[in-house]
Design a protein around this ligand. Structure first.
Ligand SMILES: C[S@@+](CC[C@H](N)C(=O)[O-])C[C@H]1O[C@@H](n2cnc3c(N)ncnc32)[C@H](O)[C@@H]1O
Length: 339
């Protein structure tokens, strides 16, 4: 489950068993995007009674902070490679996180990239389902436009109230610092600190913990060889290689040929809330004209509804190759996920 002190969200069960991971039951405080780890380590120092969870997507940051943690020998801190969205949605039961600190989230300044901003109405709703009333949500930014964006969303969410008389402050003496903040202040940029609290308003839990389904498979018959199917991918530029349904999308990136057995391996993206997976979908020839479509185990893929949809899309792609092609058997959850 862990490599050094770093946990990988892709390997943890949904939801995670936090008391087992920390070796004790204690309030769970989460820092999103800990970067250099300065805030996380100071928080660990200040809150020995809490379980402290640091989230990062950057491996170099994880490695660096892992070394710092080993030197400090804290027993109540864990690092997790994951996005905040995945952790809150898939790993945390409703009400199971007791504080969320988001320090200088990436501002994504271009309008075309605003949809990538972490703070959104949906994210605040998700956070509201995982944080019990009274828990703190602290956000800091030095980016003027993102600050206005965050203020707008916080002010319209029914689930959080400011702990101040204003949406944010620019002076927060008691605050633990971050590396990014020090740079911003040295560069003369104004930092805004949003200090909010989860209120008593019930937040409908529209973010169910994802389920792992049976390993998906399908059998397609068609009068083609693997070589011809391979050619179909190489030359079939008119056939779709990307499918979208609701919040789920599947893309076939490339195709590889196994050399020891009769199989084609499709490198594919499966993007579904709350997780994105890059995995291998396989077409194995069982006998001439009969093909088994399944998921390769490399990379420990999780057989989610999105992955069932991916096998369904691959079957659809294969059956487009020949008018006599038939889907003869499958165990797929065919309801299109995310709709
Ligand atoms: C601008 S840096 C700030 C780092 C640190 N908090 C600081 O103030 O010095 C943003 C950090 O958030 C991480 N990050 C970006 N999106 C994330 C997400 N969805 N979940 C967790 N971390 C994320 C990035 O890898 C990066 O290290």
């Amino acid at each position: 489950m862990s490599l050094g002190q770093t946990l990988f969200a892709s390997r943890l069960p949904w939801p995670a068993d936090w008391p087992a991971i920390f070796g004790r039951a204690a309030p769970l405080l989460i820092e999103v995007g800990f970067g250099s780890g300065q805030f996380l380590l100071e928080l660990a120092e200040q809150r020995p009674e809490a379980n402290i969870l640091g989230l990062e997507i950057s491996l170099p940051s994880l490695r660096k902070v892992e070394r710092k943690l080993a030197r400090a020998s804290f027993r109540h801190v864990r690092l997790l490679q994951a996005t905040a969205q995945t952790v809150l949605w898939a790993l945390c039961l409703p009400g199971s996180a007791n504080g969320l600190a988001i320090n200088f989230p990436d501002p994504w300044p271009k309008a075309a990239h605003h949809h990538r901003r972490l703070i959104s109405d949906r994210f605040l709703h998700l956070a509201a389902t995982r944080l019990p009333a009274g828990s703190h949500l602290d956000i800091a930014t030095d980016h003027d436009d993102y600050a206005a964006w965050i203020a707008e969303r916080l002010e319209r969410t029914p689930y959080f109230d400011s702990r101040l008389a204003t949406p944010f402050t620019t002076q927060e003496e008691a605050r633990l610092g971050t590396k990014y903040e020090a740079k911003a202040l040295a560069g003369g940029r104004l930092c805004r600190y949003f200090l909010w609290r989860r209120n008593e308003t019930a937040a409908p839990n529209v973010f169910p913990i994802p389920q792992e389904l049976p390993m998906p498979h399908a059998v397609v018959t068609l009068p083609l060889t693997l070589d011809q199917i391979q050619d179909g991918f190489a030359t079939g530029s008119l056939l779709p290689r990307r499918w979208t349904a609701g919040h789920t999308s599947v893309r076939l990136n490339d195709l590889y040929r196994a050399v020891t057995h009769d199989a084609l391996l499709f490198d594919a993206y499966v993007n579904e809330e709350p997780l994105d997976q890059r995995l291998l979908l396989v077409i194995t020839q069982r006998r001439p004209g009969e093909f088994l479509l399944h998921l390769h185990e490399v990379g420990f893929p999780r057989p989610t509804a999105g992955v069932h949809f991916a096998i369904h899309c691959l079957a659809a792609w294969l059956t487009e190759l020949h008018p006599e092609a038939r889907l003869v058997h499958h165990n797929l959850l065919i309801e299109v996920p995310g709709t």
